[in-house]
Design a protein around this ligand. Structure first.
Ligand SMILES: [Zn+2]
Length: 422
């Protein structure tokens, strides 16, 4: 059955007014994602995140039914730096929906090696395809793409900045294990300074509320202040920081492991001492709750011992599957293609608590957190982030948003770094 036939048969159905109502409300939310780009999960509402999670669950059990959802569509995977597993996940997602894929991996294979800007590449490629998944080493590159074309862009990682589909995979994995995303104690362990997946997961869980975060890291790799600020601004969330995994492992409902990289340390002795502290083994897991899933964005180096893989708590390969399912849900949604036979479950209903929740600054937790360029920002502002794309593609217009009106704090629209006034 085609999408059009499915949509019309749903509309014509009068067997149950309740299911009709559900179909309409589902379409409303799904349609609101049609044509939309996703640079960060802050771009979309919690209702839309719920819908994507719900769709992914449906897709998993209806692979045949959804196999023609995106017939005739073409996805471009523009990978300016290699990330084979992420690229394969985006591509498999489109192929499993019936669409086709073009793209490049590694900037040396593209015109970028000849100095073409992201803007120009997107203006060319958008003529060929219906949706783009882009990974780029520079922070803000995905935002540049969204400014260049109206084709939906899905950020597949822009430097150390954002990687929204990894967070969707993490949320799906937590949801699968607990049936909820709140009332949890979530431990995050390892490199909490540079681990962008950790920042994004914390920020998104804050929007659902009622999470206690246990931040486990060496002093050199503590959670950045802007992430702590986000927890502090959310009344129902709290956190504690510790260096010692074993001291807290028994309290955790979820353990999210990340890689501690040697190059992040100035003191090699310190690195060697800490490295082993954070290697998760079956022996250490004996002190953890019997239902505590272990997550990891992969690839792992040695921070989770291989003997943990057979433990039912190991959830990191489940995350990989969930990543593909969430990309299927997201790709079909931004294309506005309805999944054949899908009807939303109760999970998509945003709770009254969520709807009314605001953070300490009065910002809604359920709505998208969209920043707008402040046209009156001082012209002397610069972005000090060397990894920001505005500092390598110098023709880009600098844009800043006001992050704090009391302190007159401005941040870069591209990479969210605090601006400097020179
Ligand atoms: Zn910047």
């Amino acid at each position: 059955m085609t999408n059009a036939m499915n949509a019309s048969s749903s509309s014509n159905s009068s067997s149950s007014s309740n299911s009709l109502h559900q179909t309409f409300s589902c379409s409303t939310i799904a349609n609101s994602l049609a044509g939309k780009s996703v640079v960060t999960l802050d771009d979309i509402s919690t209702a839309q995140i719920r819908m994507l999670l719900d769709k992914a669950r449906y897709i998993d059990s209806h692979r045949k039914e959804v196999a023609h959802t995106c017939d005739g569509r073409v996805l471009a995977t523009l990978f300016y730096e290699p990330s084979t597993r992420t690229r394969l996940s985006f591509e498999t997602a489109m192929l499993r929906l019936g669409g086709k894929v073009i793209g490049f991996a590694g900037a040396q294979l593209s015109s970028a090696s000849k100095g073409e800007t992201v803007n120009d590449t997107l203006k060319v490629v958008s003529n060929y395809v219906d949706v783009v998944a882009m990974r780029h080493p520079k922070e803000g590159a995905a935002f540049v793409a969204t400014q260049a074309v109206s084709t939906p862009i899905i950020n597949a990682g822009d430097g150390g900045h954002m990687h929204p589909t990894q967070t969707l995979a993490d949320l799906a994995t937590i949801l699968a294990r607990f049936g909820r995303l709140n009332n949890l104690t979530v431990g995050l362990c390892g490199d909490l300074t540079y681990g962008r997946t950790v920042h994004s997961l914390i920020e998104t869980l804050c929007r659902f509320g009622n999470v206690h975060f246990v931040l486990i890291s060496p002093d050199e790799l503590k959670t950045p202040q802007y992430v702590i600020d986000r927890i502090n601004a959310t009344e129902s969330c709290s956190y504690e920081e510790t260096r010692d995994l074993m001291e807290v492992i028994g309290n955790l409902d979820v353990l999210y492991m990340t890689r501690v990289q040697e190059e992040r340390f100035t003191d090699r002795e310190q690195y060697l001492r800490l490295r082993d502290t954070y290697i998760l083994t079956e022996e250490k897991l004996q002190k953890a709750k019997s239902h505590m899933p272990v997550l990891h964005p992969l690839p792992r180096i040695n921070e989770i011992a291989v003997d943990v893989d057979n433990d039912p708590r190991a959830a990191y390969f489940e995350q990989v599957k969930n990543g593909m399912l969430m990309r299927m849900a997201l790709e079909s949604s931004v294309l506005g293609d309805e999944l054949c036979g899908y009807e939303p479950t109760d999970f998509v209903n945003v709770t009254e608590d969520e709807l009314q929740s605001v953070d300490a600054h009065g910002i809604s937790l359920a709505d998208p957190r969209v920043h707008t360029t402040d046209e009156n920002a001082p012209e002397t502002l610069t972005c000090p982030n060397p990894r920001c794309i505005t500092n390598s593609e110098l023709t880009l217009k600098r844009k800043f948003y006001k992050a704090d009106s009391v302190r007159h704090e401005y941040r870069c629209m591209y990479c969210d770094e605090e601006a400097e006034n020179k």
